[in-house]
Write a new protein. Structure first.
Length: 437
């Protein structure tokens, strides 16, 4: 294998826009006919849509309704099946699994052999883009019950990686992750942002000091400011790229290349991604923020048709200097993470970026409190770092961070340190809702 090649699949990743759009149009036309013939849920939802009327991608957006996870849950109840969107025979399923259930009742997805092969190919592209190479040893920390765990492993193997150290992704197991890393010396880490932060703190508190063996890491689960990424490089010697996506529903992801200019969407030849205004449904322009809507037309078992992800992204303009022509996004936040304060709204990504601009706050985990009645101050809870061992120091650091966030966010804040913050899987829960009476 040529480990010096720039892209995993130059033909697919370097598609001209016109060629990409032609593939996407053909793909969504084929998918519409497929799901209407085979899925009870989609037959109901798309009863008024004639695939023959979809002659352009604009027609597709105009004629085909948006769908949500709640639509799928309602169909599960109405049709009496956990897989009302299933379009193949059950005996053709080779992989399936539940969502994490963080936004409510779990939903399910399934793959036939073709779906799985194509999704593994997309995983190979994202790994190559992030710098994984055949001679790496991968420490893979993912939620084990999800299809993504298998797909990431198979994608790394397709790249040529032979040694994969698999583990779950639990905050209580951080000491073990550090011990395994020091013992087996993996060169590449895939984990959550919060996990690497916790590993770095634990490693620094041990007699061996802060050394970790990884040369690169691909981090999931949260936005990451450039200053925070630089700190990982300077303090740990780890070059960090980020990964965003929809693991529970799609196993489709975007990742950074070495240019760090947004995350490349790796399935431009197999999926259609729209970015829309979440209120009007109209498309947004390059550089604007909108909600990501996905149609994974390569899928045949449980495909999604104009599925609202609730993920807010910003589209980066132009073509990346790495040569990939795929669109690039920065995942900002989920619509559900909106925290009203003083007549405006704050999202966790804004706090992450603001904290990364402070030496005191860089790479600290945090959560925002969402009050039942809109407050005049934004309450920010910070996970106490191991370096803050006395109350006086903690009070002084908290006051400095409060002044910093006041200035950055242009809102009054209330900052406090806590010994623990709630987590969901490998992610710190970024918004905590105040209990209602």
């Amino acid at each position: 294998m040529n480990i010096k090649r720039e892209m995993w699949d130059a033909a697919a990743e370097g598609l001209a826009p016109a060629a990409r759009q032609a593939l996407q149009l053909k793909g969504v036309q084929s998918l519409l006919a497929w799901v209407k013939a085979r899925s009870p849920m989609q037959r109901e939802r798309l009863a008024q849509v004639d695939p023959a009327d979809v002659r352009t991608l604009a027609d597709f957006a105009a004629l085909v309704p948006l769908s949500t996870k709640d639509d799928l849950r309602a169909a599960m109840d109405r049709i009496g099946s956990a897989l009302p969107h299933l379009c193949v025979a059950r005996e053709d399923i080779v992989l399936s699994g539940p969502s994490a259930g963080t936004s409510g009742r779990q939903t399910y997805q399934a793959f036939n052999a073709q779906d799985l092969d194509r999704n593994v190919e997309l995983a190979a592209r994202l790994f190559w883009c992030s710098g994984l190479r055949p001679n790496d040893v991968l420490q893979l920390l993912v939620t084990p019950f999800t299809p993504a765990a298998d797909i990431f492993r198979l994608g790394a193997q397709r790249v040529g990686v032979k040694w994969i150290i698999r583990d779950n992704h639990e905050p209580t197991q951080v000491p073990r992750y550090v011990e395994v890393a020091r013992s087996l010396e993996p060169t590449f880490l895939q984990a959550g942002v919060a996990t690497l932060r916790a590993m770095a703190q634990h490693a620094a508190a041990t007699p061996a000091g802060g050394a970790l063996p990884h040369r690169r890491a691909i981090l999931m689960g949260a936005a990451l400011g450039p200053e925070a990424r630089a700190q990982f490089r300077q303090s740990l010697g780890i070059e960090v790229t980020t990964l965003s996506g929809q693991g529970s529903d799609f196993n489709l992801f975007s990742t950074e290349c070495e240019a760090h200019d947004g995350e490349h969407w790796h399935g431009e030849d197999m999926t259609l991604v729209e970015v829309i205004d979440p209120t009007s449904g109209a498309p947004v322009g390059e550089g604007d923020v909108g909600e990501m809507v996905i149609t994974d037309y390569y899928r045949r078992a449980t495909p999604h048709v104009r599925w609202r992800t609730e993920d807010m992204v910003r589209v980066h303009p132009g073509i990346c200097r790495c040569g990939r022509t795929s669109r690039r996004f920065t995942l900002l936040d989920r619509l559900a993470n909106r925290v009203p304060v003083r007549g405006t709204a704050v999202y966790p990504f804004q706090v992450e970026i603001a904290l990364s601009r402070s030496e005191d706050g860089r790479n600290l985990e945090f959560a925002l409190m969402r009050k039942a009645d809109e407050p005049q101050k934004l309450e920010v809870r910070l996970l106490r770092p191991s370096t803050l061992t006395d109350d006086a120091t903690g009070t002084a650091v908290g006051q400095r961070l409060q002044h910093h966030l006041d200035a950055e966010l242009k809102l009054p804040t209330q900052v406090s340190f806590h010994d623990d913050l709630p987590r969901v899987g490998y992610k710190t829960l970024r918004v905590i809702d105040e209990p209602r009476d």
